[in-house]
Design a protein. Structure first.
Length: 97
């Protein structure tokens, strides 16, 4: 997680692009358990604004926090880091339980 001014920036993988101008991005963070010191992977899904509908399932994207755009959208895509050409990623591959 990094910041530009006060805005948070995260990277994640697109798990759904079925909505118009919106994609669902799963971002993973690693945290250590305070007592047992084991590293635990947490996955959180964000609804992200994608103005040009350019993101596809499986793409690695960078997202930035922004003003509220709808009831659940508070993030926007800043850039596509890597693109998956033809493979359709299943949500189970991205860490969904």
């Amino acid at each position: 997680m990094s910041y530009i001014g006060k805005r948070k920036i995260r990277t994640g993988q697109v798990v759904s692009n079925k909505m118009d101008k919106t994609v669902v991005v799963a971002a993973e963070t690693l945290k250590r358990h305070p007592l047992y010191k084991k590293t635990i992977k947490h996955t959180k899904k964000y609804k992200v604004h994608d103005e040009g509908n350019v993101c596809k399932i499986g793409d690695e994207v960078e997202i930035m926090e922004t003003r509220p755009l709808s009831k659940e959208k508070r993030w926007r895509v800043t850039k596509v880091i890597s693109s998956r050409e033809s493979a359709e990623a299943e949500p189970a591959e991205v860490g969904e339980k």
